[in-house]
Design a protein around this ligand. Structure first.
Ligand SMILES: Cc1cc2nc3c(=O)[nH]c(=O)nc-3n(C[C@H](O)[C@H](O)[C@H](O)COP(=O)(O)OP(=O)(O)OC[C@H]3O[C@@H](n4cnc5c(N)ncnc54)[C@H](O)[C@@H]3O)c2cc1C
Length: 711
């Protein structure tokens, strides 16, 4: 046995550990031990390559040094081993290691194309402390997953595998009623929904911010129906790649921090579970990336919101990845035979205009651009459809970086782009799909196309079955196309948000129980966030009733859950609008003449399944008969779906007629954004009507639902 004792030594930064055998000493310097300077701490692949690592992601600008002060048991000679990987041909990620200011003889990041320990030669440590520095030489993603100093300079062998602390060495146990792992929008919604009902929640998130793909780190726009106020409170408000998305992160973080029932652990990456004899989860174990300590999160109920279904996977939950065969769920959009394909993953990116020329050159990446010359990239910069989204995720991310650097490098050769600066290109991979955890219901294409009104519906969506294909351009493997039809509003049953074989596990977000095709519609952020809200509410009910997630369904408690979610499901009226007299554009009494088109909103927040849009002011006037039975004073409410292209300032002319009197007023379609807004108060009699008059309107003209509320 090599290790006779392990002592935590006082490295400045955090922990390095010291292993001493008879006569030899080994000092392990973890990536987390460094003051990172400009290096990022990348933990997204640690379940595959073994540990977090430091990455010099400077977008072509050499990042600031990372430094660690390391304690040694004795002065003397040590052989230095550096765990690194040369990530691309042309050695773009080179860096140096300096010990007390002296560089080691070799450069790193130019060796093998796999993670391995490279021999950095022998150094003389003169005292019992030394400063270790990582110096980036390129600004292009050099990576270091730890350094080992071995006093056995002659006989020493390269360390084996990643640097890991002893997983059994638990530094802290956090106890909660409900542990949510993964702080994307769905996970955050689950945590807040539960906490606001008074139960104690722990939210474990591996990044410094919440939001997942919706965060300022990845910058995906939140689409889909934001059915609950909580989703509107926490969501992002900007389109893909917008520079302002970090504002939404700060806002979201503040809201969550203000919840006294939530213990949020950021920069904490779950890596495994402890199970009970009955197969349920006893605790989730996680690595605190700041302190390099193991934290145990113990609770009766857990929620997997990791996107990759990690918690379910560790707990032995049934899961799938890839595409089902057409025949299995009778899905016309599935392939004849099952395969491993998924939706691809993306790195969206932007550049900005500086007021002077700024150099950028990545010649080693240019061939990987496959002829694409670009200064930014949207959602369809996507790769990995035929790769393994878990095992090959790092290669998929690197393929995207090569495509981006190469395309931008080519673009920068043009005089017109001289001032362009690559200003946003994360090292985080935006994933759309990987593992899906199986529940008692597996959501599939037919549930969307038939808009099945599930009796246990807990969420609603209307985004198209939006599947992606890598057929955008011949010879280009990193650009995709999408294809999808809309089918009106569809419903997602409660049985999709818990594991069918791990009794205390909820599953929300993109790893919920569905087929590959079934994910295609609900996979937008607001819709998936509804799953989070439902899991949070259901967790509270589990605690109150002493039930399991499945027991909420089997025990007949779903109706109660639907009511607690505010209703608005098939057979369960919406609480917010109880008693309102609603008249929708789809009602038989409302006729749309020339100039109007029946539309469907992918965000689904119109009344009913459709809304109408007028091309211009030449459209015909539309009259809504108002369902007034008793004369009296009424508030008139209007609702227009959230249309991102609706510009504030448009004026829709409305006229309300009752008892021979007509009153004209205007409304701005951009004001509603999917929520009911009050348009005014009126004295109305039976026979009253409301008209939309395009001829007197300006800008976008939208017709959807109106409601009367008795005063
Ligand atoms: C480029 C792109 C464009 C898209 N376009 C749209 C769009 O326009 N509109 C839209 O609504 N949706 C869009 N989507 C889909 C949408 O982003 C996802 O479906 C959604 O973000 C899934 O949410 P999630 O929380 O399940 O997963 P994620 O958003 O991936 O969040 C999971 C979170 O869990 C954390 N995590 C993972 N493992 C662990 C662990 N072991 N321990 C602790 N934390 C962990 C991750 O860091 C992450 O923060 C797009 C996706 C991509 C990639």
């Amino acid at each position: 046995m090599r290790i006779s004792r392990i002592i935590k030594v006082g490295a400045v930064g955090v922990a390095a550990s010291l292993c001493v055998t008879a006569g030899a000493a080994r000092v392990d310097v973890y990536p987390q031990s460094f003051e990172a300077g400009g290096w990022g701490l990348d933990a997204q692949f640690m379940d595959v390559m073994g540990s977090p690592y430091l990455i010099a992601h400077g977008l072509g600008v050499r990042v600031l040094d990372a430094k660690a002060r390391v304690a040694f048991p004795k002065a003397g000679e040590y052989r230095v081993w550096v765990r690194t990987r040369n990530w691309a041909d042309g050695n773009p990620g080179r860096f140096r290691v300096l010990v007390d200011g002296k560089p080691l003889v070799k450069e790193f990041g130019a060796g093998p194309r796999i993670w391995s320990w490279e021999d950095g030669g022998v150094v003389q440590i003169s005292g019992t402390e030394a400063t270790v520095t990582l110096e980036d030489l390129t600004g292009f993603d050099g990576r270091c997953a730890g350094i080992v100093f071995d006093s056995d300079v002659k006989g020493g062998k390269a360390p084996e595998g990643a640097l890991k602390i002893n997983e059994a060495d638990v530094a802290e146990t956090v106890k909660a009623d409900f542990v949510v792992v993964g702080g994307g929008m769905p996970g955050t919604c689950a945590a807040v929904a539960a906490a606001r009902r008074g139960i104690k929640v722990a939210l474990v998130q591996d990044r410094p911010v919440l939001g997942g793909n919706a965060s300022g780190e990845i910058r995906v726009y939140c689409a889909g129906e934001a059915k609950h106020d909580l989703i509107r409170e926490l969501r992002g408000y900007f389109m893909n790649r917008d520079v302002n998305i970090p504002f939404c992160d700060a806002r979201r973080m503040r809201i969550v921090q203000d919840e006294k029932n939530i213990e949020v652990r950021l920069l904490t990456r779950a890596f495994g579970v402890e199970k009970k004899a009955d197969g349920t989860i006893a605790a989730v174990k996680a690595l605190d990336l700041k302190s390099n300590r193991v934290i145990r999160f113990e609770a009766p109920l857990f929620c997997d919101a990791t996107g990759d279904g990690w918690v379910g996977y560790w707990a032995g939950a049934d899961w799938r990845m890839g595409r089902e065969a057409k025949g299995e769920f009778d899905e016309s959009r599935a392939p004849e035979k099952p395969d491993g394909d998924t939706l691809g993953a993306s790195v969206m990116w932007t550049s900005a205009d500086a007021n002077a020329a700024v150099p950028f050159s990545a010649p080693w990446a240019e061939k990987h651009a496959q002829g694409i010359v670009a200064v930014n990239g949207e959602w369809n910069w996507e790769y990995g459809i035929h790769r393994d989204m878990i095992a090959e995720a790092e290669e998929i991310r690197d393929r995207m970086l090569l495509a981006i650097y190469g395309s931008f490098s080519l673009a920068k050769k043009r005089q017109a782009n001289a001032n362009k600066v690559l200003n946003f290109c994360p090292y985080l991979l935006g994933k759309r799909e990987s593992r899906r955890i199986m529940g008692d219901w597996v959501y599939s294409q037919k549930d969307v196309t038939s808009t099945t009104p599930f009796e246990d519906a807990i969420a609603t969506g209307s985004w198209a079955i939006d599947l992606h294909y890598d057929n955008c351009k011949k010879g280009v493997d990193f650009l995709t196309t999408c294809k999808g039809n809309t089918y009106g509003r569809y419903w997602i049953p409660y049985r999709c948000i818990y594991s069918r074989n791990v009794g205390n596990l909820f599953v929300v977000g993109r790893c919920f129980s569905c087929t590959h095709v079934g994910l295609g519609g609900p996979r937008v952020i607001n819709t998936l966030s509804q799953l989070g809200v439902a899991a949070g509410e259901a967790a509270v009910m589990c605690k109150e009733l002493g039930e399991t997630p499945r027991g909420i369904y089997k025990g007949g408690h779903v109706r109660k859950l639907q009511e607690r979610l505010g209703g608005g499901f098939p057979g369960v009226p919406e609480a917010k609008t109880a008693g309102w007299l609603i008249v929708d554009d789809e009602s038989e009494d409302v006729e749309f003449g020339k100039g109007w088109r029946k539309m469907h909103n992918a965000n689904g927040d119109q009344v009913g399944d459709w809304y109408h849009k007028a091309a211009d002011k030449s459209a015909e006037t539309v009259v809504y008969p108002l369902p007034v039975k008793e004369s009296g004073r009424y508030a008139l409410m209007g609702k227009v779906p959230y249309l991102w292209f609706a510009k504030p300032g448009a004026k829709t002319m409305l006229e309300i007629s009752s008892g021979g009197r007509t009153k004209a007023f205007t409304a701005d379609p951009a004001q509603s954004t999917g929520q009911w807004v009050k348009l005014g108060e009126f004295d109305l009699e039976p026979g009253a009507t409301l008209s939309i008059i395009p001829a007197k309107s300006s800008g976008l003209i939208v017709a959807d639902g109106f409601a009367l509320v008795r005063k």
